[in-house]
Design a protein around this ligand. Sequence first.
Ligand code: PPS
Length: 453
Amino acid sequence: MPQHPHTSLHSKKKQTYVMVQYSPLTGGSGTQYDTYRGVHQFAPPPPTIVARCPKLSRYKMAGFLSIALLSLILFTFMAARTSSMGVPFFSGDESSLAGQEGLVAAPMCNLRLPEDAASPLGEGMEQTGDFGLDGVSGQSPDSVDSTELESFNPGQNEVHVYPSDRYEADPTQERIKRFPTAIVIGARKGGTRAVLRFVDLHPDVVTSKREPHFFDREYEQGLEWYRHQMPPSLPSQITLEKTPNYLVDWDVPKRVYTFNSSIKLILIVREPISRAVSDYVQLREAFYKQMEYDEERALKNGRLERLPDFEDLAIDPSTGEVDKSYAPVKRSLYSRHLERWLAFFNMSQILILDGDNIRYRPWEEMAKVEKFLGLSHQVKQNCFVFNETKGFFCVKVVDHKKGNGATVQKCLSESKGRVHPHIDPEVRSKLRDFYRPFNKRFFYKVGRTFDWD
Ligand SMILES: Nc1ncnc2c1ncn2[C@@H]1O[C@H](COP(=O)(O)OS(=O)(=O)O)[C@@H](OP(=O)(O)O)[C@H]1O
């Protein structure tokens, strides 16, 4: 008996299959959460063939019904998920809003203030400033033991920005302080604060306001102390901290490994010479701040201290060669520092970010951070606006008080984006030659190159 020409074909094609992709989100406690993402493919039977076979119309009906049911479930799920995150389900053209002032925030950028921004002023309000304490203000120019107040300014006008009401939506969720699941280990002046601020826009992330310096300076305080330095978070959120000095401190890699051998590490590197100069500029500022304090005494003694120029410190006068013991020079030897970390951690645990690109295309680096941390992609180009006066990208934050989705720009403090002095081209050239072999080694280790020559 001749075989029906369509039988085998039907039995294959009549199937309606659905592929569902899961994306793991690492919870604050290290638990894995699965997040339903979406239906990717439907393959209904070809209508012409089905129409000629009455028996198959039942399958067709069943197929259509399952598709309709699955679509309904998917729609309900997505709507519930996005509304709980404060993100509208449908997005508009994201790129068209970038850099344009006064526009309503683009729909898929889930803008909110960092959790620790709520001020004691009451009513959940936050005014300018005090968005983080960074790095350095030291006793001596070479010291990294200093504190510089960094504020995350909304600009000239005093604007009250209310944190997202996302948390009020579910009061049953317990917000407690948790250990970080990822640490930004440096490099100092690499753009670490920018990265932390930007990733903090993500609804599933909380970040520490201050650099805790646990693994380098406060280790004796114990782990509970460390945990208490972290902001409270929901079980679904991950905690991040940054302490750029971790990169260069000899004891830190081993201590971090002992704390959590599977922790994720983020290293932000920047063109080594500009990083070193930036480091010098910061130390110089700290030095003069201190001098101002001591000015009276200095004047009485008939002298006002002056910090030597970068060139005088970076070049050893006795040899005329680069002085690699000078801290700002030394801290740009990324390969050296990374190697100490690689004695304990696998390269797959370390995300390398391009600090120069953070300045010019921050959303690209943010996408890498989100992927590395297993987060959904939220901090997109439409979250940023270029501030001409500052010369840097700032973020757009919803101003709930103004309503109508009005946004306000929030930029990093004045201490980020300082003017660099002119560097003698001869010294620059010496530094370039000096760094070249270290850079090459670094590129080899991380499996990519940077445009640093
Ligand atoms: N959007 C935005 N706004 C302001 N500043 C930005 C931004 N993106 C990157 N940068 C660069 O960040 C540099 C400071 O780096 P860090 O935050 O790592 O410094 S610190 O180590 O915490 O002191 C800082 O270095 P300098 O320009 O040398 O001051 C900036 O160039």
